[in-house]
Design a protein around this ligand. Structure first.
Ligand SMILES: [Zn+2]
Ligand SMILES: [Zn+2]
Length: 134
């Protein structure tokens, strides 16, 4: 499957199934996206490839993020410590099917829906499985 940034300058090929899709409420995502929370879909790093277009790389705190050099669409987050890449779920349109919320302890506001709300992350992703009360 190929996806692109909003100006179509950058093309990205996704050749793996997502490991997880979720809403992230971390302070880093909030600042970089200018949003209360963001859509993320994570894949094995080898399953996500930038095939064309110029990109820029920027880390606000610790997480390197890759954007289109022309339209600034947020494209990817690099997660080298776990050999994964997170794709901006917004670019997946109907294929973004979030199953959980993470980093809810940093949330700007509660988002009440039927999904699990992890305070940090699931233990399977290096978190502690704690939940928040909303
Ligand atoms: Zn672009
Ligand atoms: Zn985040």
């Amino acid at each position: 499957m190929n996806i692109s940034c909003l100006c179509n300058a950058v093309q990205i090929r996704i050749s793996a199934e997502p490991i997880a899709q979720f809403w992230c409420h971390c302070a880093d995502c909030q600042s970089v996206h200018g949003a209360a929370y963001v859509a993320e879909s994570i894949y094995p790093a080898t399953g996500v490839e930038i095939v064309s277009g110029e990109t820029t790389r920027f880390a606000l705190k610790r997480t390197p993020r890759i954007s289109c050099a022309r339209c600034s669409t947020r494209l990817l987050v690099e997660l080298p410590e776990i050999e994964m890449r997170a794709v901006n779920g917004y670019l997946l349109k109907d294929l973004f099917k979030p199953a959980l919320h993470i980093h809810c302890s940093e949330a700007a506001a509660p988002v009440k829906d039927g999904l699990p709300h992890f305070a940090t992350k699931p233990a399977a992703f290096g978190g502690d499985d704690r939940m928040v009360d909303w």
